[in-house]
Design a protein around this ligand. Sequence first.
Ligand code: ASC
Length: 152
Amino acid sequence: MHSSLKPFVGLVLVAGIAGSAYAQSPFAKPQDAIQYRQSALFVMGQQFGRIAAVVKGKRPFDKAEVARSAAIVKEMSTLPWEGFVAGTDKGKTHAKPNIWTEAAKFKSRQEKMEQEAAKLAEVAKGGDLDAIKTQFGATGKACKACHDDFRE
Ligand code: ASC
């Protein structure tokens, strides 16, 4: 290579590395990653809200309905995390920047919530409203713990 080209090749490499965390993600653009995680969390919130209404006595307890909502919450609880790609802390998002600087803590919050949601789905299949109420509380606590630290 002609020595005068070397700085340019270097620049291209640096640009490639800077963009690579994003380029390796499955999303076409940063806003898609943001929208993806928000979509999963929105569906989760809607279904969790239906269970909340039952728990608060504002909606009649239909065992099959609650079991379905809890199964959806469980499934949704696994989805948002892949949307928290590096470089998606800006834009239409409530994500706090410490999601990327305290990654281990963020991951432990995710895992806790997934575990509680999985338990809620299990309990909901059983159809015992008191047990559902208890596990609903534990799951909501896990939602809140993450929001307190990582959501604006
Ligand atoms: C919900 C919802 C949340 C959690 C959280 C629990 O219904 O949308 O984000 O519960 O408020 O504290």
